[in-house]
Design a protein around this ligand. Structure first.
Ligand code: NAD
Length: 250
């Protein structure tokens, strides 16, 4: 029997990058996968690469009402998930003094509250079912690497890291594991949704191109993070860095 045979795995932000690679890997290990994304066409693209074991959904993790409907639809159609990967996220770069309150709000709504909604709504179902499970949250190495260019993004990811550790302590009694994954640079399309605080519209494009070429050159392949996610579930690991240093055991 395959490792995740008979299991249901939910991945948010599965239309691209790490989420897509993670959905594909779990499906390859026998799971049925709910492939959710803000962008339904992107979710459907991912589902097409998997086949009959993938169920595409549109879901905005930042919107609590939409998430409540999404979670109910998943439960009705496919049952309670065994694994939930709260992966959806957006980038925000720029100095603190250039970052507006609206930009702070958006990155916190998606990156932090999106994870809160996923943990709460799916967590309630898992607890009620009483058969355990696992929740994986995408934090970032940025959460513990002070940088003058990522204050808001890093703060959102530090929130995810601490939330995950608190929830891990709370849900242990229910046999539900919680892991936070903290990757360094990963070569994905995240730069296409990254806003650059303090930059004009024309400058956004220039900065975006620069960032994507740096990510393409120096980033890990998303499959590497997908493997770390699967391993975190199998080993029930609390915090998993995915960096060159971690690879070298430093
Ligand atoms: P990506 O842009 O390739 O994929 C993110 C996906 O999330 C996209 O398909 C996007 O449509 C979706 N999404 C965005 N907002 C959403 C919302 N409100 N609701 C639902 N879906 C939404 O990015 P990625 O690099 O694969 O990032 C995945 C996660 O990994 C993010 O949380 C990101 O912060 C984190 N991460 C990425 C890196 C990196 O270097 N790429 C490093 C550390 C952590």
């Amino acid at each position: 029997r395959q490792r995740f045979g008979d299991q249901l795995v939910v991945v948010t932000g599965a239309g691209s990058g790490i989420g897509r690679a993670t959905a594909q890997l779990f499906a390859g290990l026998g799971a049925e996968v709910v492939v959710a994304d803000l962008d339904l066409a992107a979710a459907e693209e991912t589902a097409k690469t998997i086949g009959a074991a993938a169920y595409p959904f549109q879901a905005d993790v930042a919107d609590e009402d939409a998430m409540t409907r999404f979670v109910a639809e998943v439960a009705d159609a496919h049952g309670v998930p065994d694994v939930v990967v709260n992966n959806a996220g957006i980038g925000l770069a720029g100095a603190f003094m250039d970052t507006t309150s609206a930009q702070w709000q958006r990155v916190l709504d998606v990156n932090l509250m999106g994870v809160v909604h996923g943990c709460k709504l799916f967590g309630e179902l898992m607890v009620a079912r009483g058969e355990g499970g696992h929740i994986v949250n995408l934090s970032s190495a940025a959460a513990y690497t002070p940088s003058r260019t990522l204050p808001a993004y890093a703060a959102s990811k530090a929130g995810v890291l601490v939330l995950s550790e608190c929830l891990r302590a709370e849900l242990a009694a229910h046999g539900i594991g919680v892991s936070a994954i903290c990757p360094g640079l990963v070569n994905t399309a995240i730069t296409s949704t990254t806003r650059f605080a303090g930059a004009s519209d024309e400058r956004q494009e220039v900065l975006r191109r620069k960032a994507s070429s740096a990510y393409a050159k120096r980033g890990f392949p998303p499959e590497r993070v997908a493997s770390a996610i699967v391993k975190a579930v199998l080993d029930n690991t609390a915090v998993v860095p995915v960096t060159v240093e971690a690879k070298a055991g430093r």
